[in-house]
Design a binder for this molecule. Structure first.
Ligand code: ADP
Length: 485
């Protein structure tokens, strides 16, 4: 059994530093996807609570914006220390609501701490410019200022670190924030409220509410006090939020869906490619936006690669989050399992072969067998749609030109991967792929130091890297004249 810490199991919104229920007193249930058991209930908030949270964030902004970068960095370092100190209860809570193996949950919590540390450091490097003036008696300065109140909406696949990537740069820049975590995983979101209070972050700087996504999203996008929307989730919802942000001309950052190709050329180190494919495909049970959706393997090594991939897939242990050696947890809910069944049925009907897996796992609930499908074809549904589950379709290709065209033939452009030992090909292919993130001979590349973000319909803006703070800043040009020089 996972132990749920009472300190972090918060079942109230945090608005202006107070822990409060929804106005109506209504709640909704949160369940453990591995067991179907109810963990508890959290507030079903809507427009009115969101409006109050925005007002609280705005009031807090008026003073928080004036704090020094050094002070904000100190607050963030304290926050990071608390995350590390409470890694275990935070990881247990995360696993309970999300299902991922405890080792992955711990790694996610550490990743959150790393984001907080990174942006604590970046806070002190928000440099502006002085520009040579065309006028002898004037001087030109370009300064950076926090954009203001930020509205953040996050998904359930990384319920802690997706908020870290938004809360940390927002605070580093001097912004305040209203967060709405996903319905399936609100506890890891609300836990940020406990951590921020402990770290001494002033009331109203970080507000968190759970509830009706449509109502909360409408208020966050319509309210003129919110100056920026940052969203991680599906392209479908991202487009809704973009549209809703138009009337008040908000800044937007969108981390949306992906359809990552994973290309293995004849000259690749096959064992390394299999290892990378396992990581890129099955991490978080296939539920990440950078998970590979399509494995393209060159014809000469196709059979060998498939053989090794199937062997490695079958070696993965599926089970409960806290069981020793488990690397695959459940999917988030029943709908996700049904979607996987549908992908398999569609592929089989169109000539695909199930090399391993293909069905619900005997553990029931959200569990699905890690699956490899060979003879995958473009006409199959998963070549266009994000799988978000443990299914690895393997396509055969012949030439570099052909595979580049196939890989780019999607409206998405988040992550892609390829394996080759040829230096010229490394440059040719990484330049030809229309993606925001490219892994060459690596299956997992996300790190706080590098900018994460997609092109095409996968998004706008970057999270992480020195770029990650820029979206929370406005540039202001100040012209100082009459200097009498
Ligand atoms: P997923 O398919 O991964 O669940 P979603 O895009 O549906 O991705 O969800 C990501 C986040 O967006 C969640 O917090 C969810 O509650 C929220 N969300 C869903 N629909 C809307 C909406 N219409 N407006 C605002 N937020 C929404």
């Amino acid at each position: 059994m996972l132990a749920i810490s009472e300190e972090f199991r918060k079942e109230l919104n945090v608005i202006g530093g107070d822990w409060v229920s929804a106005d109506s007193g209504e709640t909704f249930e949160v369940t453990n996807p591995a067991t179907g058991e109810t963990i508890g209930t959290v507030p079903m908030s809507g427009k009115a609570e969101t409006k109050r949270a925005i007002t609280a964030a705005h009031e807090a902004f008026l003073t928080f914006r004036k704090t020094s970068a050094k002070d904000r960095a100190r607050l963030l370092r304290r926050l990071r220390k608390l995350i590390i100190e409470h890694q275990e209860p935070l990881a247990q809570l995360l696993s309970a609501e999300q299902g991922k193996p405890i080792a992955e949950a711990r790694a996610e919590v550490r990743m959150s701490a790393s984001y907080v540390m990174w942006f604590a450091e970046e806070a002190r490097r928000i440099y502006g410019d002085t520009v040579p003036s065309p006028w002898a008696d004037r001087r030109i300065m370009v300064t950076k200022e926090p954009v203001g109140v930020v509205g953040a909406i996050t998904p359930w696949n990384f319920p802690s670190s997706m908020l870290a990537r938004k809360i940390a740069p927002a605070l580093a820049a001097g912004c305040t924030i209203v967060c709405k975590p996903a319905e399936a995983t609100p506890y890891s979101g609300l836990a940020w409220g406990v951590l921020c209070a402990k770290a001494g972050i002033p009331a109203g700087v970080v507000n968190i509410l759970t509830g009706d996504p449509v109502e909360i999203g409408k208020e966050l996008t319509a309210n003129p006090l919110v100056r920026k929307i940052t969203f991680t989730g599906s392209t479908r919802v991202g487009k809704i939020l973009l549209k809703q942000s138009v009337p008040t001309v908000k800044k937007v950052s969108m981390e949306l869906g992906g359809n990552a190709p994973f290309i293995v050329f004849n000259d690749a180190d096959i064992d390394r490619a299999v290892e990378g494919a396992i990581a890129a495909k099955y991490r978080n049970s296939g539920q990440t936006c950078v998970c590979t959706n399509r494995l393209y393997v060159q014809s000469k090594i196709y059979n060998k690669f498939v053989e090794k991939l199937v062997e490695a897939t079958e070696a993965m242990k599926v089970g409960q989050a806290n069981e020793e050696g488990v690397v695959q947890g459940p999917l988030i809910n029943e709908a996700a399992v049904e979607k996987c069944e549908d992908f398999v049925a569609d592929a089989v009907a169109k000539g695909g072969k199930v090399a391993t897996g293909g069905k619900r796992h005997e553990l029931g609930h959200g569990f699905f067998q890690p699956t490899v499908i060979t003879n995958a074809k473009q006409r199959m549904k998963f070549s266009k749609e994000e799988i978000f589950g443990p299914i690895a379709p393997v396509y055969k290709f012949r030439t570099e030109e052909e595979v580049i065209e196939l890989a780019n033939n999607t409206e998405y452009g988040l992550a892609c991967y390829f394996y080759t030992q040829d230096l010229g090909r490394t440059f040719r292919v990484s330049e030809a792929l229309e993606y925001g993130l490219v892994g060459v001979n690596e299956g997992i590349i996300t790190t706080v130091e590098a900018p994460f973000g997609g092109v095409k319909e996968s998004g706008i803006g970057k999270e992480g890297g020195h770029q990650g703070i820029q979206d929370y800043l406005e540039e202001k040009y100040v012209c100082i004249g009459g200097l009498g020089l």
